[in-house]
Design a protein around this ligand. Structure first.
Ligand code: SF4
Ligand code: SF4
Length: 321
């Protein structure tokens, strides 16, 4: 691979808080042990106006911690409903009620399934009942966290999701490998048998209605000279496969990080991508509380990192130099 080209794609990843009641064992405490709320609605409102103005149109994916625990989520959702150039998506553990999600009215939901918390048959049924009810109101995707401690459970869920009677065009499915990360307290690993199974797990099983089919502009992606997708969801599948296979080291490549999106951290710090804040917390380009001082990226940079571990970062133009 020498080139990834992503056209018509502005994406903002917004980690609105660092609090989550699930406390998954493989998730660093810095992701769930913090605050539900770290900046005001007034600051958020002004920042969003600046963001809309700078990028023009695009897609914001809101995550956490757990974003549904963030007090301003309904006001933000309302602001997006009033702006046709922008779509809003939500990454959630689906811990809230169906009515909560229906009221929000976001464009799509990526629901992460955590077998260490959804650990009984009845909890599993309740969780999937929500998915099947919500699919009629919002484009639904499931990220199945392939927890090595609950691997059989994950395979059962995969069987269930792929069983034709339960398959549904409006539900996309992805399997998420839980990677070692430098700042993660626990070492996560798959045993040999699990690694062998991984080789046969396809993440490409997805409905035709993508979570990202409806973000108001046409996404086009080419890797080298080949268009990698028939639609945005296939591109998302390509990203997951690339990370799962470990084919995601672009150190020394020229990368448009920050030119087509930013990552916002729970304390309001803004980074050109998820990589920058993870590898170097001081690489911030501004903060939500001072929108007029943000130093928006205006040129590509040479990648200094060994691993492009986040799908958001992967979906940015890059070329080998
Ligand atoms: S649900 Fe997600 S954010 Fe919450 S603890 Fe688990 S992995 Fe972390
Ligand atoms: S790790 Fe960051 S700088 Fe490197 S290729 Fe990925 S997005 Fe670009």
């Amino acid at each position: 691979m020498n080139k990834i080209e992503v056209e018509n794609y502005n994406m903002i990843l917004w980690t609105v808080n660092d609090y989550c009641p699930f406390k998954c064992w493989y998730c660093p405490e810095t992701t769930w042990g913090g605050s539900k709320d770290t900046y005001s609605w007034e600051a958020t409102d002004k920042f969003l106006d600046k963001l809309f103005d700078h990028f023009g149109k695009g897609y914001v994916e809101m995550s956490g911690g757990e974003p549904t625990q963030w007090p301003h989520i309904h006001k933000v959702a309302q602001k997006f409903k009033e702006n046709p150039d922008w779509n809003l998506g939500l990454i959630t553990n689906l811990g809230k009620s169906v009515d909560f999600y229906k009221d929000l009215g976001v464009n799509n939901i990526l629901a992460s399934y955590h077998p260490n918390v959804i650990d009984t048959d009845i909890k599993r049924k309740i969780w999937f009942d929500k998915v099947y009810e919500l699919k009629d109101y919002v484009l639904m995707s499931i990220a199945l966290m392939m927890d090595p401690k609950h691997f059989e459970h994950c395979l059962d869920v995969l069987d269930m999701l792929y069983y034709p009677k339960l398959g549904n065009d409006r539900i996309n499915i992805q399997t998420s490998r839980i990677n070692d990360m430098e700042n993660v307290q626990y070492q996560i690993g798959y045993n040999k048998q699990q690694e062998d199974i991984w080789k046969n797990i396809s993440i490409g099983k997805a409905g035709k209605d993508s979570i990202r089919n409806d973000w108001g502009h046409d996404l086009k992606v080419t890797v080298d000279d080949t268009e990698v997708h028939e639609g945005p969801w296939d591109f998302h599948g390509w990203i997951r496969d690339t990370i799962n296979k470990g084919d995601n080291n672009f150190k020394g490549w020229l990368c448009d990080t920050g030119m087509t999106g930013v990552h916002i951290a729970p304390n309001g710090n803004i980074y050109k991508g998820v990589c920058h804040g993870s590898y170097n917390m001081d690489s911030t380009i501004g903060n939500i509380n001072k929108p007029e001082e943000i130093q928006w990226a205006d040129k590509a940079m040479v990648c200094p990192y060994d691993m492009c571990f986040c799908g958001f970062d992967l979906a940015v133009n890059k070329k080998r130099i």
